[in-house]
Write a protein of this length. Sequence first.
Length: 136
Amino acid sequence: DKHKDKVLVDLYLTRGLETNSDFFFRINAYDLAKAQTFMREFRATTIGKHADVFETLVGVTKPLNYISKDKSPGLNAGLSSATYSGPAPRYVIVIPVKKNAEWWNMSPEERLKEMEVHTTPTLAYLVNVKRKLYHS
């Protein structure tokens, strides 16, 4: 209760999956310091003292870089209209993506085309997937 107005924590159990972990936190906060305070206080609990941190990913949400009303209006409309409306998700999938020099050496137009090719096939499935894009 102490943190309920400062952070939103989604907890997923991963035991039994091939992850080498027992649980996964996704911490949402408008203030990184509040997220860090939550984690520091969690690490002081009985469970936290015995938990080994397997991996930490930090990201922020922001407006989309490539698929926007101006750059890709049709695809932007498709993304904007696809809203997840199901029950609370039972599973989470984290896909860390690292962009390399080859990506950044492409022209903005080439990067936009790659994002369109990558994103277009997903439109039909977005009503079934609650997704959140983080940038690190």
